[in-house]
Design a protein. Sequence first.
Length: 163
Amino acid sequence: MRARLAPATHDDVAGLHAMIVEFAQFERLAHLCTGTPDDLAAALFAAPPAVEAVLLHVDGEAAGFALYFGTYSTFLGRRGLWLEDLYVRPAWRGQGHGRALLAHVASVAVARGCGRFEWSVLDWNTPAIAFYEAQGATVLPDWRIARVTGEALAALAQPADLG
């Protein structure tokens, strides 16, 4: 078995998008997965890119990916890195590939001088939580994600009356 990690290229977009759809199905969130390959390509290859992705190939086949982007911590006064998705296809799980993807993105964070490397994990996904904790991550108990989308986002975007 020959495994390698490589940054996503234009040729990878369709396969990467297919894995994103698989990941959404695994997380029971397929109904929220509305992005297209064109949307993904526009984000990956914009100047500057909105996101970055590294793909795992095993024996030439796309077997997983990590997708990430930069953040900033006002408390630390430093850049950070957010791991949006980490996914290894079922046939290649339990072989160290998830650890390799996570370590790769962590090395990007270190190389960029980031003060934080963060991500979220669904509370029901106990195997992922255990995996992340085994890698040294702390799953924060008191933080919740706030999200505004669709019509609620459009409504919130209306100018506020400052009186």
